[in-house]
Design a binder for this molecule. Structure first.
Ligand code: CAA
Length: 397
């Protein structure tokens, strides 16, 4: 991390997040991992530190921060606990569709509660048979007077069990493919909205990942994002472009946290009469880990900055940083476990949790296979246009 490359505002967010992470999150990370319950005390600490709505504009009660600020905060939280990092970041994922596609009235209705930390929000895109192929969803929304009636089931809904709002994507015009999908904000307590199965997960265990059942769920037409049908899929894709740097920041935080524990451990573990960090083989591992983390972090920051200035390279960079940072997290956390030897494999030490938490970052918000697809499509599109897009980006940069 090169602090001098960050603005005073960036550093302020980062330091407030680090304080919450060290004082509140780290001491209880193992407890919530074991219990698999939601850390409400952590949620309250985030709210009290004024970090609930970092990415939300000031006119809607937020802190007016950027995607980069969001990433800096998520990295610090995830350095202490990957589950708590995503429990926080998923509120950006759920609220980006409102920011991108909501009417001013809708933004005024939902964003202030989220910004204040009084309301949590989730993101309901995936279904049992529609994961990577998000456009093949079958959850249906049929107009009935001044309401829509939603029927279907959402899967992998992170935070859904504790959220007051859920951004649900559903088909309003069958046969129109991606153009027939619309986004709705469904409020907790709406008749026909039900939280179902809680997944028993390998990692990120403090945040509930649930199924959401929609059974003749009547949602006011006023809750269709943007007020008109058909732009839901585009809002979902643009949301993922903004949110994937957050997953990548979670991965960087996990890698950084595991790395720091490995540095500390290898500095005190003695074998053959000396600390193991005096062996070149260990030093080279630490050097690789540090270099990979910094490379991933800088790509995350570049992608976040691209998102903040609205660059046409955002989608591609966002997929790239998600791919690179999450592969790095898996590699670094696995190497960190290796450096702890047999102790690393046991729950007496906090290190194995980093490896478990890291795994999901390669899977959610688009598997890394889907990230490669997004990157390849962008690269091939650019090649087909004779490099015109690249030249435009170079001028923009
Ligand atoms: N921005 C704006 N519009 C976009 C876009 C983008 N980044 N990407 C695609 N679109 C538009 C296209 O231009 C196209 O519009 P037109 O109909 O006007 O031409 C439309 O969307 C359909 O695009 P594609 O034909 O490219 O769509 P596709 O069916 O081939 O799928 C995909 C593209 C990239 C594979 C997409 O389905 C995808 O991202 N899949 C992964 C989904 C995902 O990440 N799910 C995770 C959900 S969150 C989660 O993990 C749980 C959680 O709670 C954390």
């Amino acid at each position: 991390m090169v602090r001098e490359l960050l603005s005073p505002k960036n550093i302020d967010f980062m330091e407030r997040a680090r304080e919450v992470a060290e004082k509140v999150m780290r001491p209880v990370a193992a407890k919530y991992d074991a219990e698999q319950t939601y850390p409400w005390e952590v949620q309250r600490a985030i709210r009290d530190a004024g970090l609930s709505g970092v990415w939300i504009p000031e006119e809607y009660g937020g802190a007016g921060g950027s995607v980069l600020d969001l990433c800096l905060v998520v990295e610090q939280f995830s350095r202490a606990c990957g589950g708590m990092g995503v429990a926080y970041a998923v509120n950006a994922l759920g609220s980006f569709p409102i920011l991108l596609g909501g009417t001013p009235e809708q933004k005024g209705r939902w964003l202030p509660g989220i910004a204040a930390g009084d309301k949590l929000i989730a993101f309901g895109l995936s279904e049992k048979e529609a994961g990577s192929d998000a456009g093949s969803m079958t959850t249906r929304a049929e107009k009935d007077g001044d309401h829509y009636v939603l029927n279907g089931e959402k899967k992998w809904n992170t935070g859904g069990a504790v959220a007051s709002y859920n951004t649900i994507f559903a088909v309003t015009q069958p046969g129109r493919g991606a153009r027939g999908i619309s986004a709705f904000v469904v409020e907790e307590g709406t008749p026909g909205y039900r939280v179902g199965k809680h997944e028993d997960k390998m990692g990120i265990r403090c945040v509930p990942v649930v199924e959401i059942h929609l059974e003749n769920c009547r949602v006011p037409a006023a809750n269709v994002l943007g007020g008109t049908e058909g732009s839901g899929f585009k809002h979902a894709m643009r949301t993922l472009d903004l949110a994937r740097p957050g997953v990548a920041a979670q991965a960087v935080g996990l890698a950084q946290g595991a790395f720091e524990l490995a540095v500390e451990y290898t500095g005190r573990r003695k074998q053959f009469g000396q600390t193991i960090n005096s062996f070149q083989g260990i030093q080279w591992m630490l050097a690789d880990m540090a270099s990979q983390i910094e490379a991933a972090r800088q790509l995350v920051h570049t992608a976040a900055r691209a998102a903040d200035v609205g660059s046409s390279a955002t989608s591609r960079l966002s997929a790239m940083c998600k791919l690179v940072a999450t592969e790095t997290a898996m590699k670094v956390t696995t190497d960190a476990v290796q450096l702890f030897g047999g102790y690393g494999y046991c729950k007496d030490y906090p290190i194995e949790k980093y490896m478990r938490d890291a795994k999901i970052t390669q899977i959610y918000e688009g598997t890394n296979q889907i990230q490669r697809l997004v990157i390849a499509r962008a690269v091939l599109r650019e090649a087909a246009s004779g490099g015109a897009a690249a030249k435009k980006e170079a001028v923009e940069a």
